[in-house]
Ligand binder design. Structure first.
Ligand SMILES: NC(=O)c1ccc[n+]([C@@H]2O[C@H](COP(=O)([O-])OP(=O)(O)OC[C@H]3O[C@@H](n4cnc5c(N)ncnc54)[C@H](OP(=O)(O)O)[C@@H]3O)[C@@H](O)[C@H]2O)c1
Length: 167
């Protein structure tokens, strides 16, 4: 049963690609800063493979929940749960709840998501193995948009988009 607000945050290319070989598709420092600013102080929930991709383990200043069947001791400083439903049941509602990936967890969470923070990378990567599900934008209202051109630190242009679910 869902009685919490679910936020989902993701960076994807023009084909909804989100990752390759266990990592991200490209390095966009401003997107990492944006991710930190949006999720700071809140609860983040991630799949096991996304946890394994983090360079320094659990994200600081956030409650980290990892969804996995693996042993809890492999995930220091994290709350380890078996399903998204368990995470939602446990969430106290005091802080905001953010699904942060990866592909498997996004697929489970997207139908339940209320607010979508989407970074659109304006490129199509040839080397992607993980994708976000198709989005029916008629169900979503765009409430915020911020465009950024490519520059010396950002090889690709990108846009921060915030959507609220309508239906
Ligand atoms: N672009 C972005 O914004 C972004 C964000 C995050 C990650 N990524 C990328 O996404 C890729 C990883 O995604 P992924 O799909 O391979 O893996 P993932 O979703 O991160 O993790 C998959 C694992 O998590 C557990 N899991 C996930 N969803 C579950 C569910 N609904 N119920 C129960 N268990 C669940 C299972 O763990 P067990 O097998 O241990 O049981 C599953 O094998 C990487 O390339 C990463 O860099 C991209």
């Amino acid at each position: 049963m869902k009685d919490k607000t679910i936020n989902l945050i993701v960076a994807m290319d023009e084909n909804n690609a989100i990752g390759n070989n266990g990592g991200l598709l490209c390095h966009l420092p401003n997107d990492l800063r944006y991710f930190k600013r949006i999720t700071d102080g809140h609860t983040v929930v991630m799949g096991r493979r996304t946890f394994e991709s983090l360079p320094n383990g659990a994200l600081p200043n956030r409650k980290n929940i990892v969804i996995t069947t693996a042993d809890a001791e492999k995930f220091p400083d994290c709350t380890v749960l078996r399903s998204l439903d368990e995470a939602l049941a446990q969430h106290d509602g005091d802080s905001q709840f953010f699904v942060i990936g990866g592909g498997q967890l996004y697929r489970a969470a997207f139908p339940l998501t209320d607010t979508l923070f989407l970074t659109r990378i304006h490129h199509i990567f040839s080397y992607s193995d993980t994708f976000f599900p198709e989005i029916d934008f008629s169900r979503w209202e765009l409430v915020d948009e911020e465009n950024h051109e490519a520059d010396e630190k950002h090889k690709y242009a990108y846009t921060f988009l915030k959507y609220k679910r309508i239906i």
